[in-house]
Design a protein around this ligand. Structure first.
Ligand code: AKG
Ligand code: FE2
Length: 243
């Protein structure tokens, strides 16, 4: 791992990995790890997501749609109202989502902003210390790479119920690094898991400096963020793969 990467980011050395592995198993291969990064790493990522990320706009209309920041800035409020309306109509009966997004892997491969902090974090995600942490806690010893997107869920954003298990994609472990500060129970935005009978089985609150991981066999959603939430739900999320 290059030196500059380990200076930027590091994992909290005090994590009790054995205890975390036990809890991961007892919760049906799901876990939210508190204080996962050292304080400096988490503060840098929080500041980057809050103030220095060229967010685009992601939604689903039958396939994934993404509008880059440059393009979104050129749209009128009327354009956005119409788009919003069409997503809300779709959500009545079909799968969809709506949030601000920065597709880190695509940006990396296409060199959109090669010096951006998030590009270094994508490298850190794919470095030995991070892969070893997730392998150790999950027992999945063949995880070897991760993709990533940064997401910003503002008021009324949501991600409906779905499974991450897309055939041929080799996604084994979903992950969500959370950087949301001072979240409140009434603001929605929980990562929620459902049982077969549609009762909620577990819900993880948006928090600062946490890593939520779960195997891709779980049906889950991100609850709609309340219109009165005064802070965004900030995350870096994706999948660890075995191929
Ligand atoms: O942001 C989250 O908590 C989950 C995101 C998710 O489920 C997904 O991107 O598939
Ligand atoms: Fe998901």
């Amino acid at each position: 791992m290059p030196n500059d990467l380990s200076k930027l980011f590091s994992i909290n050395p005090d994590l009790d990995r054995k205890a975390l592995a036990k809890t991961f198993k007892s919760q049906g291969n799901r876990l939210q790890i508190a204080d996962v990064l050292n304080d400096k790493s988490a503060a840098l990522l929080h500041a980057t997501l809050l103030r220095n990320t060229p967010w685009g706009f992601a939604w689903f209309d039958g396939t994934h749609q993404f509008m880059r920041n440059e393009e979104a800035r050129a749209k009128s409020p009327q354009d956005f109202a119409a788009l919003n309306q069409s997503i809300m109509e779709r959500a009545r009966a079909h799968y969809t989502y709506l949030y601000y997004c920065y597709p880190m892997l695509q940006a990396y491969l296409e060199k959109w902003h090669p010096d951006h902090v998030l590009m270094r974090f994508l490298e850190f995600l794919n470095s030995a210390p991070m892969l070893e942490l997730v392998r150790e806690i999950s027992g999945l010893s063949d995880l070897f790479k991760a993709d990533a997107q940064a997401t910003f869920f503002g008021p009324s954003h949501f991600l409906l119920r779905h499974s991450d298990d897309v055939p041929g994609q080799h996604r084994r472990m979903a992950y969500v690094f959370g950087f949301s500060k001072d979240w409140r129970e009434d603001w929605g935005g929980y990562l929620q898991f459902f049982k077969d009978n549609a009762d909620m089985d577990l819900a993880m609150m948006p928090r600062f400096n946490v890593l939520s991981i779960f195997t891709t066999d779980h049906i889950h959603s991100v609850g709609q963020v309340a219109p009165f939430a005064t802070a965004p739900r900030l995350s870096i999320t994706g999948w660890f793969r075995d191929q």
